[in-house]
Design a protein. Sequence first.
Length: 332
Amino acid sequence: MTDVAVVKPDHLGDFVLSVPALRALQQKFGNYDLYAAPGNRFLLEHFMPDGPVLHPTKLAHLQKDGIGEGMPELIAQLKRYSLIVFLRDDGFCQEAASILGSRAVAPRSDNVTHETRIQQRVTESLTGAYSRTSLMWPAGAEPQWPAALRTVGISLSAGFFANKIPATTWVRLAQSLQSKYGIAIKLIGGPLEADELKMLARMLNLADSDVILGGAKLSDFHARVGECDVVVGADSGTLHLVSVCRPVLGVFTSSPWQRFSPFGAANRVLYSDVPCSPCIQFSKDAYNGCVIRECAALITAPDIEAALLAPCPGAKPRLGRLLHMVCGPSHI
């Protein structure tokens, strides 16, 4: 029985960004107990097949329906450990760490530091220095941006509604890449995007084999995504899953790109620098009354195309108002 617990209770993309820290902790402490969302079991089995024991944890404040474990239930489970490592920074986790005292550690975050770096700071206080890149890709297979694009994947997923890019924008991008450059298109998404994937596939005259639907086995998903040279999509768990095996262009509307961009030195981010970013949608205490979604409306298909085709690093493609492109944002 281990006396070390790690608490990482959030969603798909957040779990992917925690892989370097989780692996560093495993190298130091062996197979600790991992308190994580039950939906992330398939990620744990993929990234750490001989790794920690999963304790399925659904914290109420992270659930849309508000149903789940509260502070008393979590503390009751964690109080038997001599070391508790939180890899999420919010008021709930900070309070839990405070209750547990000196045997608990939790990160302190900001929106201008990449999430992998935030977690690295607290983890290295226990493990010593480590390389995020080496632990994300132990075999050294970090994706590289290709010299030429032959096949581009378009991910339709979005983590929050305000992250969503309109379907018409993706259609215009795909049609332009097909007609001007002869680039083949693959559409990518999860079960929630199944109907939208079918609709766009019909509009673009794509075959069923050009639609990649994620499932419970990540290795199968990666094998199909591997047919793409590059994948472009909004900030989402799907894009983070893709970034493990392919270079990506993240199109960020309202979420803090410096913190949550997909990890990888070859990746790119296109973002809109609006005054209200990061969006209030990320607050648990405020109501999002936005009705215009300027952050998404500013980004057009030609802007995404320019970011895809630009040479990097140091490229400055011609973009619309308030739009910027960054190469390798997770490594800045």
